[in-house]
Design a protein around this ligand. Structure first.
Ligand SMILES: [Zn+2]
Length: 353
């Protein structure tokens, strides 16, 4: 999450399991094959585990990655880590071969930032491969302070980053079982978010797949923590959703439906209010898709005491909650990618930026 004059923050969720279970019908949650579909999708979702998220995050948010500052060696190391994970999972790059990086030249940035790269991986759709569902999270953070203390950025946005890896793994298992998504899925790890949403803007200005075929962007930025408003025990099973109803009523309804069917989180729309002074809708990478009228959902845990501090460390993450939040993203993506018709945009309006 990019900071502005106003403090913002967030959390993440995701998680766990292993799966198998193939079935030729997946995906139409409202069809007569609902039972089979439900069994299948649940098995894949459960392959997103708190254990695996934690393993990834303790590496990804370690001091070794030096706060993942855009254009700096720590960020390059983080990019390499992501690429290696996709290669290990046998999930290809949309650019082909060994090239998982979308290079962003130095002159695209302002303020002395060196060249950097988005990291992209891709699962090709079985029936409508030209229609793309984007799942995004930024993998950069703010580096090291003057005393050499590392900003680990475990929540911001290590949580979103490792959730994408686990969601990708779940879709890959489904694909290998012959129940791969009907539409294609792009796993988009963007850089330069903390410096001003550079990576997502670069992608949308230089899209690998045409934006007119891009169905939705589900963006995760901070889903591993609990904010002050939800600290009480009966309130902490939550995630903030922002933007889900701004362009597509259908996307909003899908999100609500899969949540009530599977994840049962309290979906908090406080920050979705048009007059919300935090303006989170404009402050993470999904906005670069929304401004092109591509429906988005932004998943967020709200700000907390460790937001943009050296204390945003992996030991403070709520891994079970993060797993559940990541599963919500997975279920939503599954439905968007597999339903018979592409999500309808019915609410284009002018948002005053
Ligand atoms: Zn941030």
């Amino acid at each position: 999450m990019k900071s502005t004059l106003i403090i913002a923050g967030a959390f993440i969720v995701s998680c766990c399991g292993t799966s198998q279970n193939s079935s030729e019908n997946t995906s139409k949650l409202d069809s007569t094959s609902e039972k089979n579909d439900k069994t299948t999708v649940v098995a894949y979702a459960q392959s997103i585990t708190s254990k695996e998220l934690k393993e990834h995050l303790y590496i990804f948010a370690s001091d070794d990655f030096e706060g993942r500052d855009t254009g700096e060696p720590g960020q390059k190391k983080a990019a390499e880590y992501l690429k290696e994970q996709y290669k290990k999972m046998k999930i290809p790059s949309p650019m082909g071969g060994d090239d998982y990086y979308q290079e962003i030249p130095e002159n695209y940035f302002r303020g002395g930032i060196k060249s950097s790269e988005n990291v992209l991986a891709y699962i090709k759709g079985t029936e409508k491969p030209d229609e793309i569902v984007v799942l995004s999270a930024h993998y950069d953070h703010v580096g090291v302070d003057a005393n050499g203390n590392v900003y680990n950025g475990a929540d911001d946005d290590g949580s979103g980053t490792v959730s994408l890896l686990e969601i990708a793994e779940a879709f890959k298992k489904a694909k290998d079982d012959g129940v791969g998504p009907k539409r294609s899925i792009l796993f988009l790890h963007v850089t330069g978010e903390e410096k001003g949403l550079y990576g997502s803007r670069y992608y949308t200005e230089n899209p690998v797949f045409p934006l007119e075929n891009t169905v939705t962007d589900l963006n995760i930025d901070m889903i591993g923590r609990i904010d002050q408003a939800h600290e009480e025990k009966d309130k902490n099973n939550y995630v903030y959703l922002i933007g889900s109803d701004r362009l597509s009523t259908e996307l909003h309804n899908i999100s609500e439906e899969v949540n009530s069917k599977y994840t049962k989180l309290d979906l908090d729309y406080t920050y979705n209010a048009k007059n919300d002074p935090n303006r989170f809708y404009f402050r993470s990478d999904h906005y670069n898709f929304a401004k092109h009228n591509i429906p988005i959902i932004f998943y967020f845990n709200g700000v907390h005491m460790d937001y943009h501090k050296i204390t945003d460390t992996p030991d403070k993450i709520e891994y079970d909650l993060m797993a559940k939040r990541a599963q919500l993203v997975f279920y939503t993506a599954w439905e968007v990618a597999n339903r018979a018709k592409k999500v309808v945009v019915d609410k284009i309006e002018k948002e005053g930026e």
